[in-house]
Design a protein around this ligand. Structure first.
Ligand code: CUA
Length: 245
């Protein structure tokens, strides 16, 4: 093979320059499209909030949590993400209008996303995580924690109940809760004779019970395994029986 001349090297380098330039341009165009057309942006809000005192005064006290209509008519939901639940566990928000979600954490870093929407942010202790969005479809949207925050992380999920604008009727205090009877009455009636009539069952609160029970079982397991081994030995059963999990 003939030795490469200086000219060949230059041509090859220029070719690669174009290839790399094209790849960078495609990625950059993708970022612009996601940011401008799909409104997928990293939250830019920088607002400090002391995690040790956020529950004592100000907007994140218990009475202020959940969805409410501000004096200027804007709808804001305030949610505390804590190990291992959202408080409140469910927020009602109207569809087809801009709403704001504000999150704080008193303990560790959590992350939230609302399935099927562009709402996705970290919740870092010490800061208020804020997201503006417009929900285009109605229904109960799952809001799981997506940042590992401890043993109960997998149990940590909430619900965003998006209702048509006309069903979003704040009470005299400007607040709307998932328990509002009008919102739950909209559910299709249960056919007679299938279930006793009554108020709709409250949303199941995720609990840590299964995890704790699992941990207890795991702690008890070595003893059980030893017993099984003794039983297996005395009955001449195959030794593999003792490695049952
Ligand atoms: Cu909170 Cu994971």
């Amino acid at each position: 093979m003939a030795a490469l001349t200086e000219d060949d090297v230059l041509k090859s380098e220029l070719r690669w320059l174009w290839v790399v330039g094209a790849v960078v341009a495609v990625i950059f165009a993708g970022i612009l499209y996601a940011g401008m057309a799909m409104r997928v942006n990293p939250p830019s809000n920088i607002e400090l909030k002391d995690p040790k005192t956020l529950h004592l005064s100000g907007e994140f006290t218990e009475a202020n949590l959940g969805a409410s209509v501000e004096p200027n008519g804007h709808v804001t939901a305030r949610i505390v993400a804590t190990q291992f639940a959202f408080v409140p566990n469910c927020v009602v928000l109207p569809a087809d209008q801009e709403v704001t979600l504000r999150f704080v954490s008193p303990d560790v870093i959590h992350g939230i996303l609302v399935t099927g929407t562009n709402v996705n942010t970290m919740v870092v202790p010490g800061y208020v995580a804020q997201v503006h969005t417009v929900f285009r479809k109605t229904g109960d949207l799952l809001m799981p924690c997506h940042e590992f925050c401890g043993l109960g992380h997998s149990q940590m999920l909430g619900t965003v109940k998006v209702v048509p604008r006309e069903q979003f009727r704040p009470g005299p205090d400007g607040r709307v809760a998932c328990e509002t009877p009008e919102l739950n009455r909209a559910a299709p009636p249960v056919p007679a004779g299938q279930l006793p009539a009554g108020p709709p069952a409250p949303l199941q609160q995720p609990t840590l019970q299964p995890t704790l029970a699992g941990a207890a079982a795991a702690a008890a397991a070595p003893a059980a395994t030893a017993e099984a081994a003794a039983a297996a030995a005395s009955s001449n059963a195959p030794a593999s029986a003792s490695v049952a999990e």
